[in-house]
Design a protein around this ligand. Sequence first.
Ligand code: AMP
Ligand code: ZN
Length: 115
Amino acid sequence: MPQDCLFCKIFAGEIPSKEVFRDPEMMAFEDIRPVAPVHVLVIPKEHVPSVAEVQSQHQALLYRMVELANRIAEERQISREGYRLVFNKGPQAGQSVYHLHLHLLGGRAMGWPPG
Ligand code: AMP
Ligand code: ZN
C-alpha cells in the first residue's frame, strides 16, 4: 500500500474514521466534510488511484461498492427521494484523494449540471 495514501491508512485503521461498514475487501465511512445530509464514502481495500485505472478484474468489486452504497441509501431512507453516486476523476472534477472512492450523496435536492 502506498505509504502516503490517506484512504489506505483509513482502511488499515491507522487514521480514525466514522465507519459505516467494513469487510475484508471494502469499507464505507462518513465524509469528514459532508456536502449533503448523507455523505458517505465507499472505498476498496485495494489501492486503485482513480476510476480511470479500473480494470476488468475489478468488475465484482465495483458491483459490490455500488450495492453497498445502495444499501446504505436504503438504511438512511433516502432511496425513494433519490441520491447521487459520484466518482471524481482528476483536478477538473475535484478529485483530492487518489484512492478510488464512491461518494454517496443525498438528503437534499441536488442541481444538474453539477457545479
Ligand atoms: P474527492 O474530492 O472526490 O477526491 O473526495 C475526497 C473526499 O474525502 C472529500 O469529500 C473529503 O472531504 C474527504 N476526506 C478527506 N479526508 C478525510 C478523512 N480523514 N476522513 C473522511 N473523509 C475525508
Ligand atoms: Zn490508497
